[in-house]
Each structure stands twice: as C-alpha cells, then as structure tokens.
Ligand binder design. Structure first.
Ligand code: IVH
Length: 680
C-alpha cells in the first residue's frame, strides 16, 4: 500500500513535470530543459505506466498518440453553433472605419467611443475543444456550424493543447480557436518530405486542415500543428468576465495558448492603428494570417448586437492582400547551389503577392515539378509568405488534359559545364564540379558569410561575385587575407566600405563553435545539427577526430548525416581550409553547457515573490517542500533563494540588499528538474 502510494506520487510528479515542460516549450516558446532530459522523464513515465497500466490517466502526456485508425469521424452536434465571421471588403483603413460606423449606428449611439478587442485572423482550421471539469473530452471541427466532426484523437496529438486545464473544474468549458501550422514547421516538414520524394503540403492552412482530417492519428501526430484560442462555446459553471479581452486573459491563465498580438483599442482610430501595426509585421510573424479580427469588447454589448443569420454583428474580419496569386510561367532557369544542387527556378510574369512583386520562384527539383504537373506556358499559383522564398505551388487546373512536360534538366552544369548527375535513390540533380564550379564557390562563400553563420556584414552577392571572378578568393580562408589595396581595385568599393568590410571580417573571428561548424557548409548539417555537434564535441579538434559511431551517438544525427560529416572532414582540401581558417585567428568558442545546479533544493530556504507563469504559489511551495526545501514568508539572512516571478514585490528589493541569490522562473524550473533527477 505504501509502495503503491509512492508509485502514484511519482507518476503524478512525472506528469506535472512533463506537462510543465510541454507548456513552456509549446505554449510559452521558452524551453527550460534540454531535450535529452525531457526524453528521459518521458521514458520513465512510459515505463512506469507500462508496469502499472491501472494508473494510466486519459490526460497523461503519454496519451497524446496511439489512437486507432478510424473509418470515419463521428458527427458532433455543437451545443452552441460555431459561427462564421463577416469579412470587411473595403480595403485599407476604410474597412475599419466602416465597421466602427456600423456598430455605433446599430447600437443607436452615433457619438460613442466603442472599445474593441483586436486579434489576428489565423489561417488554419477552426476547432471546438470541450473541457469537462478541466479535462479535454472532445475536439470537433466546425463543419456546417451546427454539426462538426469528432477529431479528438488527432487534436490530442497537438502539444500546445492542454489535455487538462490549470486549476479549472468548471462543469463545461468549450474553448474555440484555430489549429494552424507555423511557417517554419511547414517548411521543415516539406523539406523532409521532398528529400524522400514524398508528397509535400501545398500551404500551412491545407497542412493544418488535412492533418486534422486524417483518419489515422499516427499520421496526424507526425504533422507539426499548433493552436491559438480566440473564443468560447458552451460554458457551464464558469464565471464569464465582462469583456472578450478578459476572456482571453482567463484562457491564457488556464494554460491555453492565446496569441500575444492582441490589443484593446478605442474607436475607429484604434482599429486603424492595429490594422497598420500588424500589416507592418505580418511578414515576420511565425505563422500565416490572412487579416485581423475586430470584436466589440463588452460581452453585454455583443449580446445586444446579436447575429444576422450565421454571423455575429459584433465582429468582422479585415483582410490583407493574399499570399497566393495566379500568374504565367514563362520559362524555367536552372540555378546551382552551394552543394552543387540544381534548382529549377520559375520565371514568371511579375505578380504582386504577399506584399512584394515576385518574378522568380523556386520549383525545388525535377520531381516536384513533375508531380505538380507544371509546364512552361501554364498559369500557376505562386506563394510568398513571410521571408520564405517564393515558390510555385501548382498549376491552375486548365483546359489542357494529359500532362506532357516541356522541361528537362540539363546534362551539363549551366555554370561550369561539368557533368550533372543524380545519385541513386536521390531526387536531386547536382553539378559534379565541386569548388571548380564558380557557382558553388560563390554560394559556399555567401553561406559562410551569412548572418546565421560567420555573420560578415557587407559581404553580399555582388561582392562575392567579383571576388570569385577576379580570382581573389578561392576559399573562405582567403577572406581573412584580403587587404585594403586589393579591395580598392574592385567596382563600387570606396575606402570607407573597404574598411568596413575588413572590420567585419576581423569581427567575425570571434564566434561560436556552432556557427563555425554551420558556416563550413557541410551537406546535411543545418543550424540545429551544428548546434548539437558543438554541444556534444566542444571543439573542432574533437569533432575532427570523431568516428562514425561517435557521430551517430549525437542526438538527431543519423547515418546519412554522419557519413556526410566524415566525408567532408576526410577531404584533405577541406581539412586545409579549416586549418587555414583557425590559423587566421578564428576562435570558435563552445558555448557553456546548460547551467549546472549541483546544490539541491533539499535543506534550502526559499522565499517566493511575484507571479510565476507555470505554477501557482501553492504549487511552487508544494514542489519545493516535496524536494525537502522550506518556504518562508519573509527574506532574511537565512534565506537561500528568492524566486522572483513577474512583478516581484519588496521581497525582491530586500534580497538584492542582502545579496541573496535571486532565481528567475526559468532558473527555478531548471533547479526543480535537476533536483528531481538527482533525488531519484
Ligand atoms: S472569431 C463569432 N477570431 O475565421 C466569431 N475567428 O469565419 C467566430 N478565425 O474559420 C470566429 N482567427 O476559425 C475568430 N481571431 C479569430 C480568428 C477567427 C481565425 C477563423 C475562424 C473561422 C473564420 C471565421
């Protein structure tokens, strides 16, 4: 019996721990422990649950995957209909002004200053989440607004959606929001698919909608989906606040993801301001939006305004220009990349899409091009969203039937004339010229100097072109031997820019190991792999002497990547370049490892101040006490740690004055997880 309790306690503390890390990672976007640590906790929970299946709870983090394959989705009748939203057709500021004028008219208060809640209009799929006594019991699509489909199994695989709410025991709380796919996740997913010659997703919206409607939850679980809450459905036993903005705040406090780009504004002026502010940052948002949404903030006023057919009078969507457009494909050019990969690039009739004029767009590779059945002369759909490279996503289904391609990959590199090959099993064509090929040399240098690599400011396209054409730079190491006299001879290069460039080159010598590894441009070694390698090996020397097994032992590194690293480092030419780079004074520093708290919580005295995001005061206290620590109410010389959340009070000041160690929430969470591991 005693043993039993110990197991249940451990299960529950593991679940809390994992839920917290999920929340920090997927909702707050602020992970607090390394992936390996998370995996360890997760495995322990899985093992313990396998041993004691009677203690598996439906809201355990292990229960996100593994449902059965369905024949069809069950219909779900919505307790409260899921409405759609009117779209303001007036473009520009007048859309916002017209909406505000209508609201004041309909309220019979022509001179009132109305308060609005402004939000983003996420471009995904609307979902209703039903929580009963705080536990997620059902998720449904909108369907026709009256009846949707039961997609609970698939929605459970979305980590940003809590399987249970924080401190909420309302009889029923239905949360409505949008399931979406972030641009980065969409890109990564497609890249992975493309590399394997598998079908890609057309755009993030289709990605989200298609994934949710997969009958096999295993497939849905592979798709990187996220969620933002924006409203409520049926509510029983939960006190409604007076405004929509307060509802969103409350949902956030329950642990649901609510997008931070929201605002409460006054009148038409406020709406216009929001519309413009978001327009300016639309490109840099991590996900697609197709507009913004304005809602009358007061819930009583919303009730007064009511509905017309399926649409509330109190809300409107104000759209931005589309991120997909139709245009004509006039030709296909072949570009040679850093690793020799040939990319077919579409030459288009210029078209305004996603805020800029696009006349080139990638077609990725020959297989993609054929799969999309794209031909020169076709009308095609071009997509440009955020700072992602514009791409042709497909052709407009037209009258011509029976696809016959009219483009072939060249047999010789269009830049250096070397043979073009396609390795067995690969979908990529590549130039065999290596660094003999000027295109590859240029791309390698541009990559090396890139912002995320060595970050050499001012070393752009045109300059690299000249340096390579004039034979001044053959490898990255040559950059570090350039001098004023040489640079002065280049086109459009004044003394000042030459000086700036040399300074930037000098400054790049101080860098991190992970940037340096990434800058080398090893095939298959992107930023995150470079990061893993840097963490794991700690120095270039160690990396160089790593064998195949050492490499595959690193997180996320499989045999293909490992072999590519070995091939690259084993090539004498590359070895020379690396040595020359290091000799020229580059000092790649290995970042310090994750902070190490060896001292436990046990026996230590804590004081809590301010609001923590992940814990309530009582939960934090419980955690500390369960690990053998003590929590007191006031700061004194005997206090070991002060944990400071948001808006800390005078205790924080006092801790500063007494020189007591202050932990931010991240430090605190880390300390707990470290201590948890050590107390095992
Ligand atoms: S509110 C009663 N807010 O837009 C109003 N909808 O037709 C109900 N959408 O597919 C919707 N972002 O999923 C609302 N911040 C937001 C939204 C949003 C996206 C979608 C919604 C639905 C469509 C509305």
């Amino acid at each position: 019996m005693v043993q039993d309790k110990a197991i249940r306690d451990r299960l529950s503390s593991l679940r809390d721990e994992i839920d917290l890390h999920n929340y920090r990672y997927y909702v707050l976007d602020a992970p607090s422990i390394p992936d390996a640590e998370y995996d360890r906790l997760f495995r322990e929970l899985q093992q313990l649950e396998a041993e004691y299946p009677e203690y598996v709870t439906p809201d355990s983090p292990t229960q996100r995957v593994g449902g059965r394959v369905l024949d069809a989705f069950d219909p779900v009748r919505h307790a409260v209909p899921m409405l759609s939203i009117r779209t303001e057709t007036d473009i520009g500021d007048s859309g916002a002004i017209a909406f505000d004028a209508r609201i004041r008219r309909e309220l019979g208060q022509p001179d009132a200053l109305i308060e609005y809640a402004c939000e983003l209009k996420f471009d995904g799929l609307a979902i209703n989440l039903r929580y009963e006594r705080g536990v997620l019991v059902q998720a449904a699509t909108r369907g026709d607004g009256e009846t949707g489909e039961d997609v609970t199994q698939n929605v459970r695989t979305i980590h940003a959606i809590p399987l249970h709410l924080k401190d909420c025991f309302a009889e029923v709380l239905e949360v409505r929001g949008e399931v979406y796919m972030a641009r980065r996740d969409f890109e990564r997913y497609n890249e992975k698919q493309r590399a394997q010659g598998l079908p890609t997703l057309v755009n993030p919206r289709n990605g989200a909608a298609g994934s949710i409607r997969q009958l096999d939850p295993g497939v849905a679980a592979q798709r990187p989906l996220s969620f933002f809450a924006y409203g409520l459905g049926e509510v029983r036993g939960w006190e409604l606040p007076a405004t929509h903005s307060a509802v969103l705040d409350a949902l956030e406090n329950l642990g649901l993801p609510v997008n931070e780009e929201r605002a409460v504004v006054q009148g038409a002026q406020g709406l216009v301001g929001f519309y413009r502010r978001i327009a300016a940052k639309r490109d840099s948002l991590p996900f697609d939006i197709d507009g913004v949404v304005y809602k009358v903030n007061s819930l009583p006023l919303q009730a007064k305004l009511g509905f017309v057919t399926r649409e509330p009078r109190w809300a409107v969507a104000h759209k931005y220009p589309a991120e997909e457009q139709m245009t004509r494909l006039n030709g296909i050019e072949v570009q040679v990349g850093r690793t020799g990969k040939l990319t077919p690039v579409a030459k288009l009739d210029p078209v305004f899409v996603g805020g800029t004029t696009v006349s080139n767009a990638t077609l990725h590779n020959l297989f993609e091009l054929r799969r999309k059945k794209v031909r020169i002369g076709d009308r095609v759909i071009v997509r440009r969203a955020g700072d992602v490279i514009p791409e042709v996503v497909g052709r407009v289904p037209d009258t011509s039937v029976g696809y016959r391609h009219n483009f072939l990959m060249p047999k010789q590199c269009p830049v250096c004339g070397s043979k073009v090959v396609r390795e067995k099993g690969s979908i990529e064509h590549r130039c065999t010229g290596g660094l003999f090929c000027a295109a590859q040399r240029k791309q390698a240098l541009l990559h090396f100097a890139g912002r995320r690599a060595m970050d050499i400011d001012g070393l752009g396209d045109k300059l690299v072109e000249q340096l390579v054409e004039k034979g001044m730079v053959h490898t990255a190491a040559d950059l570090y031997h350039l001098d004023m006299a040489e640079l002065a001879g280049l086109d459009r290069m004044g003394a000042k820019s030459a000086r700036n460039l040399l300074d930037a080159i000098e400054a790049s010598k101080k860098t991190t190991l992970s940037r340096f590894i990434y800058a080398l441009g090893i095939r298959h070694v992107g930023e995150s792999t470079a990061n893993e390698l840097a963490h794991h090996f700690g120095s270039m020397e160690n990396l160089k002497s790593a064998g195949f097994d050492d490499l595959t032992g690193v997180q996320d590194i499989g045999p293909v990547v490992a072999q590519s690293i070995i091939d690259f480092l084993g090539e004498p030419h590359n070895d020379q370049v690396i040595d020359a780079l290091l000799e020229s004074g580059i000092r790649p520093e290995a970042r310090e490892a994750i902070k190490d708290f060896r001292n436990n919580i046990s026996g230590k005295t804590f004081v809590l101040t301010g609001t923590l995001l992940a814990y309530t005061r009582d939960e934090a206290k419980g955690k500390i006490e369960s690990l053998g620590g003590k929590v007191t109410g006031s700061v004194s010389a005997k206090t070991d740690y002060v944990v400071a959340g948001e808006d800390p009070g005078s205790k924080y000041e006092k801790a500063l004055a007494l020189g007591i160690k202050i932990l931010g929430e991240t430090d605190f969470v880390e300390l707990i997880s470290q201590s948890n591991l050590e107390s095992k």
